[in-house]
Design a protein around this ligand. Structure first.
Ligand code: AMP
Length: 141
């Protein structure tokens, strides 16, 4: 049983509501964002119904990884953009609104596109060692 709550992207995948489809294969669907931050803003989603990236199967993850660079090239070609951001939000605290995994491809044209706040801190030796220890153990589990 899936604990995935239905989202508007399920309706796009089923064709119940229309979308400007850019690309589709067995695992991946891509379409234009209806509220673009800049011209060419595209969403790339797995057909697998999962809310957040860490929940995805290896199969969906591999399929997304295989096609993302190709879709970025298509967006660049179509728009003439030479810079772009790939954004992937997980959780409402991280600005995720639609709870179905999605990657944004957002061309950057001067001030148009994604605005980013980047309040960089400093990584201390003790924090780094502690994190490495915990993360490596998590990866082995
Ligand atoms: P996020 O904040 O990462 O969850 O982004 C969700 C994105 O989905 C927003 O950029 C919306 O503009 C976009 N969106 C929501 N509904 C639709 C729709 N029906 N067709 C295309 N894009 C949509």
């Amino acid at each position: 049983m899936s604990d995935h709550q239905p989202t508007i992207f399920d309706k796009i995948l089923s064709g119940e509501i229309p979308s400007y489809k850019v690309y589709e294969d067995d695992h991946v669907f891509a379409f234009l964002d209806i509220g673009p931050l800049s011209e060419g803003h595209t969403l790339v989603i797995p057909k697998e119904r999962k809310a957040q990236l860490h929940q995805l199967s290896d199969e969906s993850a591999a399929a997304l990884g295989r096609v993302l660079p190709r879709l970025c090239r298509a967006v660049m070609n179509a728009t003439g953009a030479t810079a772009y951001n790939v954004l992937q939000n997980n959780g409402s605290a991280a600005h995720q609104v639609v709870m179905h995994v999605h990657f944004h491809i957002i061309p950057k044209f001067g001030g148009q596109g994604l605005g980013i706040g980047w309040p960089a801190g400093k990584l201390s030796e003790s924090t780094a060692r502690d994190l490495l220890d915990k993360m490596r153990r998590a990866l082995e589990a």
